[in-house]
Ligand binder design. Structure first.
Ligand code: C2O
Length: 345
């Protein structure tokens, strides 16, 4: 049986997955029992959202993104579209706060399994629409952090301007720009700074091409009602994605906050750009597949559902099967080179 949208009334105190202690923050969303099945709106081509590479974004674009984020932070605390409420969506789906619908003996965790790409795609989708609505711009699109390209490997400049709504002080202060991200970083091992860039490109080639022989390798392992959390991540989730969370997180904070801990990660605005690039890599990977399968045909995957609050603060039920084509969802990515594509080790 596919995972189905959680019953918000089962949301309870979560677990801090870095310390295994009960979480001392409540990340449950405001309650609503009016759920609508979400239908992808038809988007005319002049309402397309083109997500830019953050390091190439214009001044005007950055000003608009700052304004939208400031408005989101200024919404009432209990508005599900408020910035902290949006950050808590990540915590609620990751920190074992919900029972699995259909098996209360298991908790819901959408990481480390085949729902990683589709769930985050929906999450960004509504985050982006909320921002667009707040500035009354139906074409607004979030920027992606192009960390798979040497030109974009450092934290993008828009995130390190103090006093900006995109700034977060809880970051590793030795990893600020122009330091390139280490896509193999862990708290116990670091790549020699002189070889970070070529090592990153080889890592990307591995995650996108060499280490993927079947679809599970890329998406992650099957996860259905009754599966215990964390059956296994795909190549990008396990590799560059997790390394970047740890690389940005602040070693001065108690447990990797903000970026290095599931419950707090989305409190840092850079989270949404890290994940926009993960999401972009999903689209890129599909494009590289040619005639080979691009997704599971298993109904247990396609029919899985989640709930989110949309840009009108309406609770909606969404399905994995509607995430497969970014263009159908109304967005796409600014095209850039793929310098790792010929980096066969
Ligand atoms: Cu939901 Cu990058 O984790």
């Amino acid at each position: 049986t596919p995972i189905s949208s959680p019953d918000l009334s089962t949301c309870s105190q979560g677990t801090n997955l870095n310390t295994q202690q009960p979480l001392d923050v409540n990340c449950c969303p405001p309650f609503s029992d009016k759920i609508i099945d979400y239908k992808l709106p038809h988007t005319s081509h002049h309402h397309r959202r083109l997500r830019p590479a953050a390091h190439l974004a214009s001044k005007e674009y950055i000003a608009k993104y700052e304004r939208a984020t400031a408005l989101m932070k200024a919404l009432p605390d209990d508005d599900p579209r408020n910035f902290m409420q949006q950050a808590n969506v990540h915590c609620a789906y990751c920190n074992l706060t919900y029972d699995q619908t259909g098996d209360e003996s298991e908790k819901l965790q959408i990481h480390n399994c085949w729902h990683f790409f589709p769930w985050h795609r929906w999450y960004l989708y509504f985050y982006e629409r909320i921002l667009g609505k707040l500035i009354d711009d139906p074409t607004f699109a979030i920027p992606y952090w192009n960390w798979d390209n040497p030109d974009g490997m450092a934290i993008p400049a828009m995130f390190v301007k103090e006093n900006s709504p995109l700034y977060d002080e809880r970051r590793n202060q030795t990893h600020l720009p122009p330091t390139p991200a280490d896509l193999l970083y862990s708290s116990t091992s670091k790549t020699d700074p002189n070889i970070i860039i070529p090592t990153n490109l080889t890592e990307m080639y591995g995650e996108m091409v060499r280490n993927v022989s079947n679809i599970e390798d890329f998406y992650g392992a099957k996860y259905v009602v009754g599966t215990a959390p964390d059956p296994g991540p795909g190549t990008v989730e396990r590799g560059s994605h997790t390394a970047l969370h740890a690389w940005v997180g602040d070693p001065r904070s108690p447990a990797g906050e903000d970026m290095g801990n599931f419950y707090s990660t989305a409190r840092d605005p850079i989270f949404y750009s890290l994940h926009a690039n993960v999401d972009r890599l999903w689209s890129v990977w599909r494009g590289l597949r040619g005639h080979r399968p691009k997704e599971f045909e298993d109904e247990d995957w396609l029919e899985a559902s989640f709930v989110f609050y949309d840009e009108n603060a309406q609770l909606v039920r969404v399905r994995v099967k509607d995430t497969l084509e970014d263009e159908k969802m109304g967005f796409s990515y600014q095209k850039v080179d793929l310098p790792w594509l010929d980096k066969r080790p």
